[in-house]
Design a protein around this ligand. Structure first.
Ligand SMILES: [Zn+2]
Length: 106
């Protein structure tokens, strides 16, 4: 057994022992993870997903995309709520303007 093969063999054992989630595993959980994170709910796979996102730019980019979509959805909902509340609490026009009617100079 050459040292190179031995070191690879050790590396393989270490990799399997760590059981790091791969991209497919993370991508399967990303939507649920993003939504849970966005709504502030706990997610049981959060630690593993976060570790992978820190190491994998591809999955991190995908996660950012999902977050962006969630944010857009939330913004759309907020906008419709704001428009509705604006109608309900329509402030009456200030009547102070009519009291200070300027006297036209001759
Ligand atoms: Zn990945």
């Amino acid at each position: 057994m050459t040292p190179k093969i031995l070191s690879e063999w050790i590396r393989k054992i270490q990799n399997t022992q760590e059981t790091e989630p791969d991209c497919d595993w993370v991508k399967a959980y990303l939507p649920a993870f993003a939504e849970a994170n966005f709504t502030g709910q706990p997610f049981d796979k959060e630690a593993q997903v976060r570790v992978h996102l820190n190491q994998c730019p591809d999955c991190a980019e995908l996660y950012e995309g999902i977050q962006f979509l969630l944010q857009q959805e939330a913004d759309n909902e907020l906008e419709s709520i704001e428009i509705e509340s604006e109608r309900e609490t329509a402030a009456p026009p200030p009547h102070s303007q009519s009291e200070t009617s300027p006297i036209p100079a001759p």
